[in-house]
Design a protein around this ligand. Structure first.
Ligand code: 5GP
Ligand code: ZN
Length: 115
């Protein structure tokens, strides 16, 4: 738990969110400003600022984010049509919350390869 981190507060249930999945390693909740019908953020319960701070011992945890992404995509019914997974990193990457998270975005055709 890191003070002043909104995602740590959501994980600790100190801030409200529409949580769709949680286990001992990760928490997933709907983005407050969805850009598509499905827009879920999958976050490690451990506070990791960004990909820059991922350490070798985090590899099982990083892999688990993807396992949960696939499970949620199936539950959302977007696995056949496809979806996008995004990890914004740093200022140029457009990261605004400095607690690593995987965006799961789908339910509509993306207009641009990276947009
Ligand atoms: P980033 O720009 O860092 O990749 O993504 C941060 C995302 O977190 C944004 O899409 C933003 O809408 C979302 N977000 C920021 N604050 C909150 C919050 O308090 N609750 C939820 N559910 N999403 C948030
Ligand atoms: Zn945090």
């Amino acid at each position: 738990m890191t003070d002043h981190c909104i995602f740590c507060k959501i994980i600790a249930r100190e801030a409200r969110a529409d949580i769709v999945y949680h286990d001992e390693q990760v928490t997933a909740f709907r983005d407050i400003h969805p850009v598509a019908p499905t827009h879920i953020l999958i976050v490690p319960n451990k506070h990791i600022e960004s990909v820059n701070a991922v350490a070798p011992e985090d590899e099982p945890l990083m892999g688990h984010l993807f396992t949960v992404a696939g499970k949620l995509a199936r539950e959302e019914g977007i696995h056949h049509n496809g979806y996008r997974l995004i990890v914004n990193t740093g200022a140029d990457g457009g990261q605004t919350v400095f607690h690593l998270h995987l965006h799961l975005i789908g339910g509509q055709r993306m207009q641009h390869p990276m947009g």
